[in-house]
Design a protein around this ligand. Structure first.
Ligand code: C5P
Length: 405
């Protein structure tokens, strides 16, 4: 996504300027060529040298520092910018941008930029809520700038409030999200997508459970990709440890029966349901309310297992509003044969089959290789790649094959 892109970061004078060093590093690490421009007051908080070392580029601070006669620096920088990020954007710079004022290197360059501009603001809560700032931010939105809202938290003033600069990782994720959406278009726009992810836990007692090896990563990658491609995404997840992708709503569940309840309740308002979850086939029918003590007898401990509902099968057999239902088949042998049987038995529109017999792909791994089987009998193998890249490929293929219309 970022390889070879020219990202220009505009730093203005706020205490959160120190966080921009990390943000710049994230863009550099992702492969972007980063240039930094700073206002005079930004230089009071962090030195240009910091950014010069991180970016290996000269930092721009002065409109009249024209050391190359063949170029007008601020126009040259504006023209080569693919993505601009103003961070932290002070109330002062926001006001200037909203009114087309160009009285320093930063504002002059911003006025000349035609590429997307992201504005991540940070300021005192009362400044953010001032009617003038509200007006100026609304103007920036109307002008097509993307506003990354300040977060609520501990402010430099020593109290909690709205005005904190979001963490660099959060800003990077949001900018990447909108840029990916621009790059890939929105083939899932208007679609409501429901994704069940993670391995279910079936309680034996309050501290023990039966589960499986699923990490939930593939489900989260599909949720992230669907959101980038324009869908409204609801995740039903057991994987509390994973970061929820930007723009995705999540409901946490634990057992298969809890998952079924939430998925079934959301299904009527869903266009596409994807069961990526590794659902336990059985639950413990003789679950104990108290921690089970070690049994000092020869017969050991007997767990009684009862069958869980097959959620995918339930959805496949109850699609009344034309919903598209997609399942996964993780197999260690006869992968395509078993997947085809599942497609039929569960009345799914497509099954995504993957071989989990090797340890470098599949369960818990970062890479994945799958074959999509459609109910029209097509088998489409996708190349092995990261789960994020694969998720985009899966959605694009489902749209291209008319599984999702
Ligand atoms: O039947 P099997 O577990 O092999 O099928 C896998 C597919 O069915 C996956 O999409 C999984 O999420 C779904 N499934 C389900 N409910 C179950 C078992 C599996 O929805 N009880």
């Amino acid at each position: 996504m970022w390889k070879g892109k020219n990202v220009t970061v505009f730093v203005t004078g706020g205490i959160a300027a120190f966080k921009v060093a990390t943000l710049v590093r994230l863009f550099v690490k992702a492969g972007a060529n980063v240039e930094v421009a700073m206002t005079k007051s930004a230089c009071e908080f962090i030195t240009p040298l910091t950014f010069q070392v991180l970016t290996k580029n000269k930092v721009h601070t002065d409109t009249f520092d024209e050391d190359e006669a063949s170029k007008v620096q601020h126009i040259h920088l504006a023209d080569k910018t693919d993505v601009a990020v103003v961070v932290p954007a002070t109330a002062n710079t926001i006001a200037k941008m909203a009114n087309g004022i160009a009285d320093n290197f930063v504002t002059s360059t911003l006025l000349a930029i035609t590429a997307p501009i992201f504005v991540a603001s940070a300021m005192n809560e009362h400044m953010w809520e001032n009617p003038a700032t509200i007006r100026n931010v609304a103007q920036l939105k109307a002008d097509g700038k993307v506003i990354i809202e300040p977060a609520t938290g501990f402010l430099a003033e020593g109290y909690n409030g709205k005005g904190r600069l979001p963490e660099p990782e959060e800003i990077f994720e949001q900018v990447t999200f909108f840029e990916s959406r621009r790059a890939y278009g929105s083939p899932l726009k208007g679609k409501s997508v429901l994704i069940a992810a993670g391995g279910t836990k079936e309680r034996i007692d309050p501290v023990r459970y039966i589960s499986n090896d699923s990490s939930g990563k593939m489900g989260y990658a599909l949720a992230k990709a669907a959101s980038v491609l324009g869908a409204e995404v609801q995740l039903v997840s057991t994987a509390k440890q994973l970061k929820v992708p930007f723009g995705v709503n999540v409901t946490y569940v634990e057992s298969a029966r809890e998952m079924e309840e939430v998925v079934t309740a959301q299904f009527p308002t869903t266009d596409v349901a994807v069961m990526v979850a590794a659902v336990s086939d059985y639950y413990v029918a003789n679950r104990s309310d108290q921690k089970i003590k070690k049994q000092h007898n020869k017969s050991g401990l007997k767990l009684e297992l009862a069958e869980n509902p097959d959620i995918l099968k339930g959805l496949g057999h109850s699609k009344k509003e034309g919903q598209v239902v997609i399942g996964f088949a993780a197999e260690t042998e006869k992968v395509l044969e078993y997947a085809a049987a599942k497609l039929e038995k569960k009345k799914a529109d497509a099954i995504i089959a993957n071989d989990v017999s090797s340890s470098n792909i599949g369960f818990n791994a970062d890479n994945h290789q799958v074959t999509i089987l459609t109910k029209e009998g097509k088998q489409i193998p996708l190349p092995e790649c990261s789960k994020d890249a694969l998720a985009l490929e899966i959605w694009k293929t489902l749209v291209a094959e008319n599984v999702i219309r």
